[in-house]
Design a protein around this ligand. Sequence first.
Ligand code: HEM
Length: 399
Amino acid sequence: MKTNFDEFNKGPHFSEIFDFLGNGMFVADGESWSGQRKMAVTRFASKKFQSFCSEKNEEVVTEGLIPVLQDAVERGSTIDLQEVFKRLAFDVTFASVLGKNPGFLSVNFVENEFSKALDTLTRVAFLRHTLPSFWWKTMRLLGIGWERQYEQALGAFRSSLERLHLCQETGSSEGSGGDEEKFLRDTALTFIFAGQDTVSSGLTWFFYMLSKSPSVEAKILEEVKLVMYSNYNNEEEEEEKKMDLRKLKYLEAAILESMRLNPPVPIEHKSAKKKDVLPDGTIVGPGNIISFSLFAMGRMKWIWGEDCLDFKPERWIEEKTGNLKHEPSSKYPVFNVGPRACLGKKMGLTVMKTVIAAILLHFHVEVVEGQSVRPVPSVILKMKDGLKVRVRKRRDLFD
Ligand code: HEM
């Protein structure tokens, strides 16, 4: 994936499985991929784009997340944290890519058909991975089983794209249906798809892990307060008083640790372009598909040691310096390995840190006991029945 990148691509099979993403970067190979990647890298590296994303992120937290959790406190009712984070991540990525916050995270929880359809499409995409293609293609031809659900979800997905004015927002003329319009739509869609589910999965599993580790929660809160106080005490301009997320090292360690055990993208898929021999001696032929499980890799003793199943943010901190430890992506492929590594890693971690710090400063989140928390088979690690929590207001910063 890194040293032999050119010999392994996603292959035509992958773009068939994810046909709802059109020709976007996520499914593209060769020149189409490298051209899109170059453009996107430049955009993601720009300071202007990064500060625009942070601004949108804070807007969604202040105007969406905090009021929704406050409302749950007042009602005393349980809420599904997975649904909250799904809406939050959708609003943040949509606003970052297209400039407008669609406001799906609000107290009245308006229906988000786009996101619902996306759930079905990603679930069926996973099932397509598990069958020979002639099998699911026959099901699609006959319009039966999950392929029928896929077709219905695709219809809902396309009409909600129109309702969200995705085509117009990309700057193209409405309804022209041309190549440029399709390209811009596929690109916007790729970013929303890549950012929404991954961030919401990361956040949901994080709060589940935290509910089992009160000592980790206490340490994170202590760090967040410390960073916040040091900001308030400096004499600089108002905008300088924003929390410096880079200083939240223990929080970042806890996020990386949670995603080691619960990677938002649990499987990877590559296609061999020609005959090759894998490092373990396995021979692969042209067109052979190689799938591997990031979920399993994060739980292997020979990779992470005897305590691989423990949630231990400390394993990410250098003992001597207190800095974050770097792990090679071949050991920790949660953001992928090599030239196709995730473009939104920084953005994803920024959103997660902002959200977690804001929640812990204002609220106590208690996971409802007795619920069954299990993943649903999908290309994204989602909880089958969501994560029911109760929220209480933190009385003050010492509570
Ligand atoms: C916790 C958050 C995230 C995780 C764990 C994550 C993980 C990944 C992984 C594993 C891949 C490779 C998938 C594959 O090739 O099969 C990937 C690719 C990608 N990610 Fe992320 N991602 C996250 C957040 C984001 C965000 C917020 C964005 C942008 C809005 C983003 C944009 C992308 C793009 C564009 C690609 C395709 C890169 C390429 O093919 O060249 N990701 N991500």
